[in-house]
Design a protein. Structure first.
Length: 313
């Protein structure tokens, strides 16, 4: 996909006013090998991957780097190089590549969408919010496009679009800062772009939690009307199981995953939220702290990051 050529009027006016240059995200200097610090100050290293997975992702990254080196101005090649770095856990390096993309393609929303995602990974929530809000402005009035998956699912079918991913991550950036009203608006804006059951379930999950935190009981309950166990999903089964829990069709004991896995982080955070919404704030706090206190290989998982953020609010 080429960068959009027709810009919304608001952006054209902003460009004329010199607003097109975005603030650079500032990443602190860190010891070699450290990608970020957790919200409690613990150093976070690039995760160790199984040997076969590591070899495959390195091969893909090298191919992307070769393509990038051949034509450093190609937007698609630049994005894939950044994405492949991130899949190796080299998030800071990926942000550097996406920042280069911002300079070279300042009106390509994908650059801000991907940089915003990885700024969330590194716990730079405000900078992520800035990028993703700008990406949302860039796609205003533009046709939506399917976003290819870098780590294909079992059916090798992309589940999201550029717009659905922008609003999904923008909602998360707000949610992680406790900005629930802004998060609710972002998720609500993203729902119409969710053309697959997987993306609808994922967005609905976070929107449900957001509305419950705002005390919007009827609006939260309305989201569960379209959720049932027969939904045909490819990958977001954990979010569906949690929504069925909130709907009363599952029990906490029904939800389990391999300890230390991404699935475990997702389910443990959702279960802690269920405990909180049931009124046991002390048990919920202990659950959040327990999850956040064990930054294993999947410290980039949204459930893990959200558990950390609960402890800072």
């Amino acid at each position: 996909m080429k960068a959009a050529r027709i810009l919304p009027l608001a952006l054209l006016l902003a460009c004329a006013a010199g607003e097109s240059r975005r603030p650079e995200p500032v990443l602190p200097e860190l010891p070699e090998g450290v990608q970020a610090h957790s919200l409690s100050g613990r150093p976070l290293l690039a995760p160790e991957l199984p040997a076969d997975v590591l070899a495959d992702r390195r091969r893909q990254m090298e191919a992307a780097r070769t393509r990038y080196a051949h034509d450093p101005n190609d937007a698609d090649g630049l994005i894939w190089y950044g994405r492949r770095l991130a899949y190796l856990g080299l998030y800071r390096e990926a942000i550097g590549i996406f920042t280069e993309g911002v300079h070279k393609h300042p009106f390509d929303a994908r650059m801000y969408r991907h940089r915003g995602h990885r700024l969330i990974t590194l716990r730079r929530f405000q900078a992520a919010e800035d990028d993703l809000a700008y990406a949302a402005r860039l796609i205003e009035g533009q046709p939506d496009v399917i976003e290819p998956d870098g780590l294909p699912n079992a059916r090798n079918l992309p589940t999201g679009t550029l717009a659905s991913n922008i609003f999904y991550h923008l909602g998360l950036a707000h949610y992680l800062q406790g900005e629930f009203e802004a998060a609710e608006r972002a998720y609500r804006r993203g729902l119409p772009y969710c053309g697959t059951a997987d993306m609808r379930v994922a967005t609905t999950y976070w929107l449900f939690l957001t509305r419950k935190r705002l005390g919007l009981e009827a609006a939260a309950a309305a989201l569960l009307a379209g959720i049932d166990a027969d939904l045909q999903l490819i990958e977001n089964h954990d979010y569906l199981e949690l929504l069925l829990l909130f709907k009363g069709e599952r029990q906490p004991s029904d939800l389990a995953a391999e300890p230390g896995s991404i699935s475990s982080a997702t389910l443990e955070y959702g279960l802690a939220c269920h405990t909180l919404l049931e009124g046991d704030s002390e048990a919920a706090r202990a659950a959040f702290q327990g999850l956040a206190g064990e930054p294993g290989a999947h410290w980039a998982a949204f459930g893990f990051i959200a558990a950390e953020s609960e402890g800072t609010r």
